[in-house]
Design a protein around this ligand. Structure first.
Ligand SMILES: [Zn+2]
Length: 387
């Protein structure tokens, strides 16, 4: 490995090649799920010689999953550069190169996580190198989280622990270095009716869950229309909140009264919409319907959800990133850990190298032309918020 003489810390390419070689897939399927410990320990090994104080925290209830908080300097404010250490699973047959080795071709670096988002760490460390040994007025914190691609439990655990403390945070998710100050939330919900089966010739013999679901679908679509009339945000490509009916299963026979029916649907709330309020509004429509039809109602989230996120257009961090990049902050269609960093009181923005079009795709890559601009922008942010 080539290393900078003063610190022994490798250059960008060597760092990224090493991170890519360490599998850290996170997935709800146990056969895919990996520990991220290798990535976190490796980051610590590079950050400590630069003067960072490193804290590695295991995510409660998730053995083998770790968050890393590396802090350079001290003080009441400070800037967090944040990334997730995990990647999504991959389809080996659709990759032209080895997903776990960094392959350079056509001015791109290919590999699993190059763009989403292991590539951010070497660039953040490279930017930090320039300030190692300089007295910072406010701390610079490099934050590396676990399980962003699956449960977001790394970020959740940080919010619960009240760490890290700082004033500003940039999450380096791939946005082609354009600042992003809002995204929608993600909710995935499960609705189920249990009734009573019986012979189809006499409806009085049973309680039909499928008919209950038919009525429930009507209520859900009516709620969707109400929300779409009430909420609109022109910053988004899809300006209204969405509700997608994703899949439905129920019944077994044409001549049997359907005893159970289950629907899974997805909701994407706009900033300003509260997830608990939305769930309650749905429940308020479903409960009377279930009671009237004597159906047992189950309504539960399929996962905890990601809240919508928004940082005001006139926030200091938004203004600084717009100035450094020449781009007005905008909205994106994907969700991030930003809501949990906001919960920590951090003014938060999403901005990093690479394009979301390459994320979660075979032959994922990072354009080499994004490397130096990223380092320059991050140095600019460190100067603005830490010096
Ligand atoms: Zn990501």
């Amino acid at each position: 490995m080539t290393a900078s003489a003063s610190t022994g810390v490798p250059g960008i390419r060597d760092m990224l090649a090493r991170l890519i070689s360490l599998p850290s897939i996170s997935s709800a399927s146990p056969e895919w799920d990996h520990s991220n410990e290798g990535v976190v320990r490796q980051l610590a090994e590079w950050l400590e010689p630069l003067g960072f104080t490193v804290e590695i925290m295991e995510v409660p209830g998730m053995p083998g999953k770790f968050n890393l908080i590396a802090t350079l300097g001290s003080g009441p404010g400070g800037l967090v550069l944040s990334g997730h250490t995990d990647t999504v699973p991959f389809d080996d047959k659709r990759w032209q190169s080895d997903p776990f080795s960094l392959t350079e071709k056509d001015n791109r670096w290919y590999g699993l996580g190059t763009c989403d988002m292991k590539g951010f760490f070497p660039l953040a460390i490279e930017a930090a190198k320039a300030f190692a040994g300089e007295p910072l007025q406010q701390p610079l914190i490099i934050l590396a989280t676990a399980d962003e691609e699956s449960s977001m439990n790394g970020a959740r655990a940080l919010a619960e622990a009240g760490k890290p403390k700082a004033r500003y945070a940039v999450i380096g998710e791939p946005t082609n270095l354009k600042p992003v100050r809002m995204h929608k939330g993600i909710m995935m919900e499960r609705l189920r009716f249990d009734g009573q089966s019986g012979h189809s010739s006499n409806p009085a013999l049973g309680r039909n869950a499928l008919e209950g679901m038919h009525e429930a679908l009507g209520e859900l679509l009516a709620l969707r229309s109400e929300w779409q009339e009430k909420y609109r945000n022109p910053n988004f490509e899809v300006q209204v909140p969405t509700l997608n009916l994703g899949c439905i299963h129920g019944g077994d026979n044409p001549n049997r009264i359907c005893a159970q029916c289950e629907l899974h649907f997805d909701l994407r709330p706009l900033p300003g919409m509260n997830m608990d309020t939305l769930r309650q509004a749905i429940l308020d429509r479903m409960q009377p319907l279930a009671e009237r039809r004597e159906l047992k109602l189950t309504f539960a989230p399929l996962f905890d959800g990601v809240p919508p996120f928004e940082t005001p257009a006139d926030a200091a961090l938004v203004k600084a990133c717009e100035k450094l990049t020449g781009h007005t902050a905008h909205a994106v269609a994907f969700a991030t850990e930003a809501p949990w960093l906001q919960k920590l009181g951090l003014e938060t923005l999403v901005m990093g190298p690479g394009s979301i079009d390459q994320a979660h795709q075979p032959d994922e890559y990072l354009e080499l032309s994004q490397l130096q601009p990223t380092v320059d922008i991050l140095k600019g942010l460190i100067k603005r918020f830490c010096l």
